[in-house]
Write a protein that binds this ligand. Sequence first.
Ligand code: ADP
Length: 484
Amino acid sequence: MSAAARPVLAVASECAPLVKTGGLADVVGALPAALASRGWAIRTLLPGYRGVMKALKRPRVAAELPDLLGTPVRLLAATAGGMDLLILDAPALYDRDGSPYLDAQGNDWPDNDLRFAVLNLAAALIAADGIKGWRPEVVHLHDWQAGLTPLYMASAGAAQPCVMTIHNIAFHGLTGAERLKALGLPAEGFTLDGFEYYGHISALKAGLTGAQAITTVSPTYAQELATEDFGMGLDGVIRARAHDLTGILNGIDTDAWDPTRDPVIRRFSAPGGKAANKRALRAEFGLAPAEGPLCVVVSRLSDQKGLDLLLTALPALTERGGQLALLGSGDRRLENAWLNVAAANPGHVGVRIGYDEGLSHRMFAGADAVLVPSRFEPCGLTQMYGLRYGAVPVVARTGGLADTVIHANAAALAVGCATGITHRPNDPRALAQALSQLAALWSDRRAYRRMQRNAMKHPVGWEASAPRYAALYDRLARERMETR
Ligand code: ADP
């Protein structure tokens, strides 16, 4: 990080590799390195979850903070994975087993509103007072867990511009109106133009109405958000702020996901080098040798991901000799449904319930295709892992999936630029057709190899998107200087 780099405070509930439940963590973890060479130095404020506290090496006290909303806290500074971190140590809120959001039974922690309000209040105090001479020029908020920050900044007299990034508009961070006082929120902001949402407090809406700029994680999702079908009740707010919203496509970590250097696979630099990985993957999932393409799914099992649609469409693949290996966890009914499908298709469908980063690498390395049939997908990362590892993505044409995959229609095949297959979202018949098309393409091995080579060459890193974040920070900081 250069000495002249300008300071940004990022506020987030997840950050890979320290704590991750989904793509949000990957992005929060990737941006600091991506922006360091572009003049911006990001410090990331995270909750001191039990797992994070255990992983920190030599944390030091960064600043004394008062009790926040009645909770004793300490602000620690540490570095991890090349990142500059601020950790809010508040054992009463974060020192527990379970995920960042859920208890062991899969229910939301009952005090989630307070847990993230305290994080946001800490961010506001850092922005207002600085830490030992360090003060952010821009504050970057990620999803609803950071959404209350602009309100607390206003109360604390911090005037830096905020960027609010929507990673998934499905999660609003709602809590009851009776919590206004306990969360220290200004009653006058509890209006239609403020953070009120059908009688509730909405942390996401607070961020969307309070931030100077809004971004989301793909250009197509930015357009979709303004529609009733995708805006999840906030499309009106999005339309009102259309001029301040931009879609900036996520990248992936091309060092961690590099088939020529990945330590957990048999390395390869061309599609022909995948064969040993494919054999290993079949063995790992108990799959027999087969004529058709070997497909993988690596996903949260939730309604969003459309894997119930895949249950219906799957025969279009298996009847053509195709196979599926699925790794995922989440919704118990979906977990059971997929375990039943595996039991009914021994040797052709393999299912692993759980979360396993190493296995996911081996799956992309061995797969001929990756399936992502999401109903909506803000950006999606697994189709990009698929591209990089020569596993042709078969994806629903929505959000970032539509922005990253070049569909194998006749025109794309004629000029040889196809990288995958896209289909209409939320339609099992369209998904079945896409699987039939995959099987048909697979039977023309030369055409398929070409598609895999195209996929492996497709740029999936941060080269294109990091300068767009930097330009946004530049503009916001400049506008603030001009209005002072
Ligand atoms: P979302 O954030 O909606 O879950 P993304 O595709 O943006 O979807 O990001 C999901 C991330 O989590 C990817 O890095 C993916 O590989 C990873 N992931 C999801 N489920 C699993 C799993 N069961 N095991 C390993 N990695 C997983």
